[in-house]
Design a protein around this ligand. Sequence first.
Ligand SMILES: [Zn+2]
Length: 53
Amino acid sequence: MNDTCPTCRHYAALREQARQAGDYSKATDYEVLRRRHPAHIIHIPRQPEGRAL
Ligand SMILES: [Zn+2]
């Protein structure tokens, strides 16, 4: 997670709104959007499993 990213916070807020409204499919959509936020490609490698740190 990246709590400093305003876009992610926006998605997280929308996700929470959807969940509280009982719209879980929409909540999942926003969760996916947040996880795939392009700005995080640098910070979150697509295949962390393949790296031996
Ligand atoms: Zn983000």
